[in-house]
Design a protein around this ligand. Structure first.
Ligand code: PEP
Ligand code: MN
Length: 393
């Protein structure tokens, strides 16, 4: 379901926009000189807004926690000197009040704050009746509802200049990214809130300069409205996120290498693309039919397990299924993470289905003798494990 949100288009933000909405600037405001030099050098490139963190949410105490309120005029003046509006992160009502007093043009709510509805609500309350644009980063964890909830809280107090910022999601899995992008989440946000401007922050997704171009390009390919990129006039000396910041010159190079695709006009799609789409529709239909068949087998096995008082979950069987399906997928050039996620979802649904079967009543569907090598599981013969197993979920 799409949510109706009172949001202004970017044209109504009264901010000069050349093409995409490009926020650039240091992770942290560190000194008057640093933010001014960075802003002046950035002004030679396409930049919509100057960013700079004043209060920094750091993992460990004792790291640089931001210059604090004294940096607000440095940021504002750097923006004025370079002719660019400015933005900073606000995590408390006190931060918001200080920013409004200092004439900061746009506020953003950071990932750690979005994670906490109490904090978002407190910020929203001080924004009641204030006409200032607010950008809301996704929460640290991959929870779309929490992100939408934060956007709704700020919208409900009357803020109409709203924007979502996708900065990736923290993960416990090894990854090439500091915060993997999990694109399906911002794409679902766009589907649910199509009028809400959405930009991407490749710097915090990547955590290094290495994949910045790839992620920025992917965001533009997915029709994001812009980017937020960390830029510092001397990244090696930065007091936070040194490894992911670009010099203004590198920022200019990055922009020059990005392609901006235009929204697909369905009538312009070639016959070949339309034919492929038809094939995809047919494949999806087959997938759905197969999944329904698989779940039917799961249900029958669940009934048998219930009637024979056998636990629904058998670790050994599940480990075998997961390993086997991931290997088969990888052999077919599907990515390991995708295959793992897919079968974990399927297995979770299978357990849900079996959970719903009441624990009494013998199954009419299955041979009560569980030890035969085939025929008792309903799975294709080639997928049978070496040892006889009952669990097929
Ligand atoms: C930042 O933009 O400097 C920052 C701390 O971002 P996030 O909230 O996305 O971690
Ligand atoms: Mn940063």
């Amino acid at each position: 379901m799409q949510r109706k949100l009172a949001v202004d288009s970017l044209c109504e933000w009264n901010i000069r926009l050349r093409n995409k909405f490009l926020v650039a600037g240091p992770c942290s405001v560190e000194s008057e000189e640093q933010v001014l030099q960075t802003a002046l050098q950035l002004a030679a490139h396409d930049v919509t807004m100057l960013r700079g963190g004043i209060w920094k949410p750091r993992t460990h105490p004792g790291s640089f926690e931001g210059i604090g309120v004294e940096g607000l005029p440095w940021l504002k003046n750097a923006g004025l000197a370079a002719g660019i509006p400015v933005t900073t992160e606000t995590a408390t009502p006190h931060h918001v009040e200080a920013c409004l007093k200092a004439g900061i043009d746009v506020l953003w709510i950071g990932a750690r704050t979005t994670t906490n509805p109490f904090a978002v609500q407190e910020i929203a309350e001080v924004l009641r009746g204030v006409d200032i644009p607010v950008m809301i980063k996704n929460p640290m964890n991959a929870d779309l509802e929490l992100w939408i909830g934060a956007i709704e809280r700020v919208s409900k107090v009357g803020v109409t200049k709203l924007m979502a910022v996708h900065r990736g999601f923290s993960t416990y899995r090894p990854s090439s990214y500091r915060n993997p992008p999990i694109w399906r989440i911002p794409i679902e946000l766009r589907r649910r809130m199509p009028h809400l401007p959405l930009i991407c922050d490749p710097s915090h997704i990547c955590g290094s300069r290495k994949h910045l171009l790839t992620i920025a390009q992917e965001a533009l390919d997915f029709l994001f409205d812009g980017l937020m990129i960390e830029v510092h006039y001397a990244p090696a000396a930065a007091r936070s996120d040194a490894g992911q910041q670009l010099t203004p010159t590198q920022y200019g190079k990055l922009l020059s290498r990005l392609r901006c695709p235009s929204p697909a006009d369905t009538t312009r799609l070639s016959a070949a693309v339309r034919a492929m789409r038809k094939e995809i529709d047919a494949i999806d239909d087959d997938l759905i039919t197969l999944l329904a068949r698989r779940m039917e087998c799961v249900k029958q096995i669940g009934s048998w397990k219930r009637s024979h008082n056998v636990s629904l979950f058998q670790l050994e069987r599940w480990e075998h299924v997961l390993r086997d399906r991931v290997q088969r997928s990888v052999r077919r050039h599907l990515s390991e993470n995708f295959a793992r996620d897919l079968f974990e979802h399927i297995h979770e649904e299978a357990l849900n289905i079996q959970e719903q079967i009441p624990p009494t009543g013998a199954s009419e569907h299955l041979d009560p003798e569980p030890t035969s090598q085939s025929g008792d599981t309903g799975e294709p013969h080639e997928l049978q494990p070496a040892s006889a197993q009952v669990d097929l979920s």
